[in-house]
Design a protein. Structure first.
Length: 138
């Protein structure tokens, strides 16, 4: 009768192959994970400007709103909403809350067009310049 103690060379080979496949799968999954983390921290200029535009458009489309103060780095509306560009940390803030990041330059300009107050916002984000003129509702 043959002694059946221990493992055979074939079973060891199978274990090694299975372990290599499992380690390979884990390596691929972790590679995708780390790439996703790196991509999550990238700033996409259009997304940042859209985020700002969403807040600012809502403000200027409020009926009866007026501009109380406007300077190249900030604008204050009659509903106590204040938009401020802080160059030191490259952010645009609405009432102290950062709504747009990695902004290299932001200029607010108050104007008049066809009897309506306008605010022109020009931003540089990620090397792209975007500008929009907003007309306030009467």
């Amino acid at each position: 009768m043959k002694n059946e103690k221990g493992i055979t060379l074939i079973s060891v080979t199978i274990y090694v192959i299975v372990m290599a496949i499992v380690v390979g799968i884990i390596a691929v999954i972790s590679g995708f994970f780390y790439n996703s983390i790196e991509n999550a921290n990238q700033v996409i200029p259009a997304e940042e400007y859209t985020q700002f535009n969403r807040f600012f458009s809502n403000e200027v489309n409020t009926s009866g709103i007026k501009v109380l103060a406007c300077n190249s780095t900030y604008v204050v509306f009659s509903n106590d909403a204040e938009y401020t560009f802080v160059e030191e940390n490259k952010g645009v803030y609405r009432n102290g809350v950062k709504i747009c990041r990695e902004v290299e330059r932001c200029v607010f300009t108050k104007g008049e067009q066809n009897g309506k107050t306008t605010i022109t916002v020009e931003m540089n984000i990620g090397g792209r310049t975007m500008s929009t003129t907003y007309g306030l509702q009467s």
